[in-house]
Write a protein that binds this ligand. Structure first.
Ligand code: SF4
Length: 425
């Protein structure tokens, strides 16, 4: 593990301006942690990463490096960028194997109690940074395992669950308490938590698939990609033709999962072209290699069938440039109607928080997301929120950054009482 690490680390130029750092949503000090690898100081390297992240084994594996840190690496201009993801995940893995502790960030034990609701990347990061500042932290989780979408979302072929659980154990060893099988709005009420805790962090994500709003969407055989990935409760795919509607990481994850579960043919239908796909290049290439088919510039306008899905009706699209829109916009081509036969249609066109839960919170909602101010603070000053619940860009690193920012804002609120309520209900 350590031998290859040195070769990869030696390739880094140690740029003074650190453009790679600017490309990282967590703002990891990449040149400094790589410098410690060059000096064979692995624990020091881990400690530098720990200043900004508590998920190095995870982000190092699944981040979209080509558009984030590695996409900004100076080496990448003329040649290959430094393999930052691999270096980060290897240091994370060494820290798990050799049991390096997450360094504490305060010498003083605090009495304030904070409840963290949810245990995905934003919640775990928020909990870890608060615990490292020696606050009393309790995580409430609806399932009997922690991890949120790291466990109930990203498939095992993309993220090894053993690594996730080891990373979570390291975070829990900071003294964080956990209460399992606690579902917000059901057997867990915010009104009860308000009485027991000085601050609350809501990080329950947003895993309800967006609707396509087309005729036939109600037919049997139309499924939500997010739900299938979360519950792992799949229909029988044997000898079936499956269409996935979408072009992001969820579309790739569900397509590869379904292919592995024995589907005859899995096809992704996307309204724009390959170049406009929001999915990371790494994931697109992996899906292509596994035999997933792609149909670009095609808009699904109707699901066909009596009670079960029998096919989809589509229109071809032209892509046009629009003022003030960085993305090309798909415009349907008249009379280009055609039908593609399939047995199931899977929706993977984005997701949002569960409105049924949001409505139990008595907090301000804006456009299906929980509204927060610049301090991650909701319409109640002691309740903070982050990650997908507030509409953060849907990547693990961005969710984690949101959780870290919230932790520092909670500390500010508890220690200085300097944050006051700035949004109204
Ligand atoms: S930009 Fe690339 S070469 Fe420069 S410090 Fe960052 S990782 Fe190293």
């Amino acid at each position: 593990m350590k031998e290859n690490l040195l070769n990869d680390a030696s390739y880094c130029l140690g740029c003074i301006k650190k453009p790679c750092r600017n490309g990282c949503p967590l703002n990891n000090d990449i040149p400094s942690f790589i410098k410690k690898i060059k000096d064979s100081q692995y624990q020091e390297s881990f400690n530098i990463l720990s200043e900004t992240t508590v998920l190095p084994s995870i982000c190092g594996r699944i981040c979209s490096h080509s558009t984030q840190c590695q996409g900004h690496c100076i080496r990448g201009i003329k040649s290959k960028p430094v393999n930052i993801g691999k270096l980060e995940s290897t240091i994370g893995d060494i820290s798990l194997k050799e049991d390096y502790p997450l360094p504490l960030l305060s010498n003083k034990k605090k009495n304030n109690k904070i409840a963290i609701i949810g245990s995905g990347p934003s919640s775990l990061t928020c909990a870890a940074f608060l615990a490292r500042h020696q606050y009393q932290v309790t995580i409430y989780e609806k399932y009997n395992t922690l991890g949120g979408l790291l466990v109930h979302g990203i498939p095992s072929f993309r993220l090894d669950k053993e690594i996730v659980f080891k990373n979570i154990s390291k975070i829990l060893s900071l003294g964080i308490k956990v209460k399992y099988n606690q579902e917000l709005g059901k057997n867990l009420l915010i009104s009860d938590l308000e009485k027991k805790y000085d601050a609350i962090y809501l990080g329950i994500g947003g895993n309800i698939s967006n609707n396509m709003n087309i005729p036939g969407e109600h037919l049997k055989g139309v499924y939500s990609a997010n739900k299938l990935l979360e519950t792992n409760n799949h229909p029988d795919y044997k000898d079936k033709y499956i269409i996935i509607n979408g072009g992001g990481n969820v579309a790739m994850d569900i397509s590869r999962t379904i292919k592995r579960l024995g589907a005859k043919e899995v096809t992704i239908v996307y309204r724009r072209s390959k170049n406009e796909m929001p999915v990371s290049q790494e994931e697109l290439i992996a899906a292509e290699k596994e035999g997933i088919k792609f149909i670009y510039q095609t808009n699904i306008i109707k699901v066909i069938g009596d009670s079960n899905v029998e096919g989809i009706e589509c229109l071809k699209t032209n892509l046009v440039k629009e003022k003030n829109n960085p993305r090309l916009v798909p415009i349907d081509i008249e009379n280009s109607n055609h039908i593609i036969k399939c047995n199931y249609l899977i929706k993977a066109i984005g997701s949002h928080p569960d409105e049924n839960i949001l409505n139990t919170l008595d907090l301000t909602i804006n456009n299906s997301y929980l509204q927060v101010n610049e301090y991650n603070q909701t319409s109640k000053p002691y309740i903070f929120a982050g990650g997908d619940l507030i509409g953060t860009k849907k990547t693990v690193a961005n969710a984690s950054r949101s959780g870290r920012d919230a932790a520092y804002n909670i500390i500010k609120y508890l220690e200085e009482k300097e944050i006051t309520k700035t949004i109204t209900k």
